[in-house]
Design a protein around this ligand. Structure first.
Ligand code: ATP
Length: 232
């Protein structure tokens, strides 16, 4: 896959939510350009629109206005089926609550997305084992989520995203359910993935202690982008 200069570029994003008679303008005209192979973190006060922005940039939520180009594709002009296929092929996701299947072992959690991509048998097994090894969990291949710590669960979730070798990895509050030490481990892992796999990692966080690990920090306030700072 040829990489374009900006992995993600979004122009004039607007989004509001209506509940009853009240309409809240959550995003009020945001432009963002995310560089390839970097860890970019979006920060901002609660309710400022960070998760909404991440959802729009990752193809999960349609903006009211504006455009998003990802890997050269005009995301919101794709049909729902094309968008699903694009997300499956190019994007990985990590969530605050890990979203692991309770009944599956760590290895099985990783084999599932590969199966959706038509990869099975030995090639799938060796990819899954490599991804678990990369997050330091080879010894936990047969464990189910209930047997894992929070930090280990999040590392399985990262391996599950990584096993597809996606160009983009989206992380919504990936450390907020973790203590500080495990939070640092997870963010360092995300940074290493950006550097070594040349994956574009875009995350949302509340945790100011993580910012030193980012290549770039984008600050959102009241639905607007207020600063965009390169750290390295
Ligand atoms: N599906 C929805 N329906 C109605 N309102 C929504 C919806 N999603 C988000 N909102 C509202 O939009 C605003 C911004 O939400 P968003 O989750 O994007 O902010 P955030 O900056 O990520 O906040 P936090 O840091 O607290 O997670 C909030 O006021 C929220 O209640």
């Amino acid at each position: 896959m040829t990489r374009v200069p900006h992995t993600i570029s979004a122009f004039e994003l607007y989004r509001s939510f209506t509940s009853g008679k009240t309409t809240t303008d959550v995003l009020r005209g945001i432009d963002v350009a995310v560089q390839p192979a970097e860890l970019t973190l979006i920060i901002g006060p609660s309710g400022s629109g960070k998760s909404t922005l991440l959802a729009i940039l990752s193809g999960l939520l349609r903006p009211d206005r504006g455009s998003v180009h990802v890997l050269g594709e005009d995301l919101w002009r794709l049909s729902p089926a094309q968008l699903d296929a694009f997300r499956l092929a190019h994007m990985g996701f990590i969530f605050q609550g890990f979203n692991l299947f309770p009944a599956l072992t760590s290895l099985e959690q990783l084999l599932l997305p590969l199966k959706y991509q038509g990869i099975t048998g030995k090639p799938a097994m060796s990819r899954a084992e490599r991804a678990l090894d990369e997050v330091g969990l080879s010894g936990r291949a047969k464990s189910r989520p209930a047997e894992l710590s929070g930090g280990e669960k999040q590392r399985v979730a990262i391996a599950r995203a990584l096993v597809k070798n996606p160009e983009l990895l989206f992380a919504d509050e990936p450390t907020s359910a973790l203590d500080s030490k495990n939070g640092q481990v997870v963010i360092e892992l995300l940074h290493r993935i950006a550097r070594e796999h040349r994956t574009t990692v875009l995350g949302v966080t509340h945790d100011g202690r993580l910012l030193k690990h980012a290549d770039r920090v984008i600050k959102v306030e009241d639905g607007l982008l207020v600063s965009d700072e390169r750290k390295s």
